[in-house]
Ligand binder design. Structure first.
Ligand code: HEC
Length: 217
């Protein structure tokens, strides 16, 4: 009985030790300050990304390249929250594809400009939705300034520009997975699998690079 307790304590110490070390720590990552609510939302989105990678790997194992493309585009790609809202609002597929193309272009342009102002990104997305659908999406904020942009990520406003840029780049890399997966026909070859795995690897490389550079706590 006593021995068992000791063993339990030893395990507890093992788990406790790294937490203490981390608290003490300058581990080379740059800390980013965020309001607690924003931080919660940010980390929930992160866990969602990991879920999406898991979904993609399961779909890949089943040879379901369509599903791989769907997850990459709608759950990990540029403006993924908007994409899910468009789907929920039953916006026709070809309109979604059009919006997607414009959002991608806009994101690439913003990266080129050096990241930065996410208000601008949100305004841009609102305008794109207006342009393609001829009306705003219910619940989508169009007005500038007065209220903070909500509901479509909105992290760029609180992230350092380099980190925001890295995040946008990550979404574009996810979109590339979809491009590759969509080229796969009915009889996937080993080369098809290799190409998709390579594209997913490029995405996880982005996760890794950002995690190596920044921390919230
Ligand atoms: C733009 C930077 C950035 C990118 C890109 C990024 N992350 Fe993160 N992620 C972070 C930061 C910062 C944290 C918080 C780390 C900390 O404070 O120790 C985090 C935390 C996490 C967590 C922990 C969540 C929690 O509840 O604590 C998971 C899981 C995660 N990320 C998954 C991913 C995955 C999967 C990807 C790639 C698809 C990814 N992240 C891409 C910055 C990023």
């Amino acid at each position: 009985m006593k021995r068992k307790l000791m063993a339990g304590l030893a395990v507890l110490t093992l788990f406790a030790a790294p937490a203490v070390a981390q608290d003490a720590g300058d581990d080379g990552r740059t800390p980013v300050q965020m309001e607690p609510q924003m931080q919660q939302k940010f980390l929930a989105m992160m866990r969602g990304f990991l879920d999406s990678i898991d979904d993609m790997m399961s779909a890949l194992a089943e040879g379901d390249f369509k599903e791989v493309a769907r997850v990459a585009e709608d759950d990990l790609g540029p403006a993924h929250e908007l994409m899910n809202k468009l789907r929920a609002a039953k916006v026709p597929e070809e309109k979604i594809a059009e919006i997607r193309k414009l959002v991608r272009k806009r994101m690439a342009a913003m990266i080129e400009q050096g990241g930065g102002d996410s208000n601008q990104m949100h305004m841009g997305m609102g305008r794109i939705v207006m342009q393609v659908l001829g009306k705003p999406l219910p619940g989508m904020q169009m007005g500038a300034g007065k209220k903070k942009p909500q509901g479509f990520g909105g992290f760029g406003r609180v992230l350092p520009p380099e980190m925001h840029q890295m995040g946008m780049q990550t979404h574009l890399v996810a979109a590339k997975i979809a491009d590759v997966a969509k080229t796969v026909g009915d009889k996937p070859t080993a080369e098809d699998y290799r190409k998709v795995v390579e594209a997913i690897g490029e995405l996880t490389g982005q996760c890794r690079a950002c995690h190596a550079a920044w921390r919230l706590r």
